[in-house]
Design a protein around this ligand. Structure first.
Ligand code: GLU
Length: 314
């Protein structure tokens, strides 16, 4: 990719602070209106600040990635009028994640975890002081070398976890406001060897020079983990803005079962991509009902402070 480079240092005193933004879909299906709305908001944050915007395909999991969805996702973004300055596919950069993992291992900041999914679920369900719900309580943290060797000899698969050291991470989210969370010993590499999302997202945001992460608020609770990891790796922290999700009429997260939720679905119903953009813009308070402004017109209207702070029920 053209723009895949280390973060440019912002010049002290420079007037136009550059805030490179990004959209990071997984090519596992068609983007639905919720994904497209988040992409639109991320693009508007970047373009209204005169910033670059990059696309990143989070495609490390060969089990769920489908090759046809790279083009389908790119095409849908283009049909809405969104553009980008560079593109990265994570599966082409595995050595980068391995190198970071090695570095953390060398620093004594990792340990193998032999817990099964069920053990993790059960352990996470039990109360553990002030750890957030679903957090890993550190079951395998204190295993001795002999205990580890015995598990390996039994053929138990192991993932790799970070020693987070009970860190607490505070940050101010551009939409959710002041936030904080205890950081658990998050997974860095899965038992099947695939580098974990929380690692690669941090590595690539730094590698791509992303200074502003705009994404769905289902990831707000993962942000303390990611910021802690960025701190540990000596990367600058990006700013965050978590966009409330789009819900179906049953108030559950928008999904295929809710009907015509992709751009193709809407076009098949006779709506133009421009009309769909208008619908998304209206849901963000950027257009009147039925109005069909172009993406470029929305840039001029965009003000982060005026964005809705509640989910949009579609
Ligand atoms: N790939 C994630 C998703 O499609 C987004 C990750 C991120 O924006 O950090 O939900």
């Amino acid at each position: 990719m053209a723009r895949c480079c280390l973060r440019k240092q912002r010049r002290a005193g420079s007037v136009a602070a550059e805030m490179r933004g990004r959209f990071a879909p997984s090519p596992t299906g068609h983007l639905h209106l919720g994904n497209l709305r988040t992409a639109l908001v991320a693009w508007l944050f970047a373009r209204s600040a005169g910033s670059e915007f990059v696309l990143r395909f989070e495609d490390l999991d060969p089990v769920v990635v489908r090759p046809e969805f790279y083009d389908s996702q790119r095409r849908d973004l283009e049909r809405l009028g969104l553009d980008w300055d560079g593109e990265l596919r994570q599966h082409e950069h595995r050595e980068r994640y391995d190198a970071v993992l090695d570095d953390l291992e060398q620093r004594g900041l990792t340990y193998p975890c032999f817990c099964s999914r069920r053990e993790i679920r059960e352990a996470a369900a039990a109360p553990h002081g002030d750890l957030p719900e679903g957090a890993y309580p550190g079951t395998c943290r204190g295993l001795t070398q002999a205990q580890r060797a015995a598990r390996v000899a039994d053929g138990a698969p192991s993932s790799i976890r970070l020693r987070a050291g009970d860190a607490v991470c505070r940050f101010v989210d551009g939409l959710a406001g002041p936030s904080e969370g205890r950081v658990d010993d998050l997974i860095l590499a899965r038992a099947d060897g695939v580098a974990a999302y929380n690692l690669v997202v941090v590595v690539d945001d730094a590698f791509q020079g992303v200074e502003q992460v705009v994404r769905g608020d289902d990831l707000l609770s993962s942000t303390p983990r990611q910021l802690h990891l960025a701190d540990t790796l000596g990367y600058p922290r990006p700013a965050h803005a978590h966009v409330p999700l789009v819900l179906g009429p049953d108030r559950r997260r928008l999904a295929k079962r809710h009907g015509a939720v992709t751009l193709d679905d809407r076009v098949a119903l006779g709506e133009s991509p421009r009309a769909v953009l208008g619908l998304l813009a209206a849901s963000l308070g950027l257009a009147g009902q039925g109005e069909q402004p172009a993406a470029a017109e929305l840039v001029a209207r965009f003000a982060p402070s005026a964005l809705p702070r509640e989910p949009w029920v579609f």
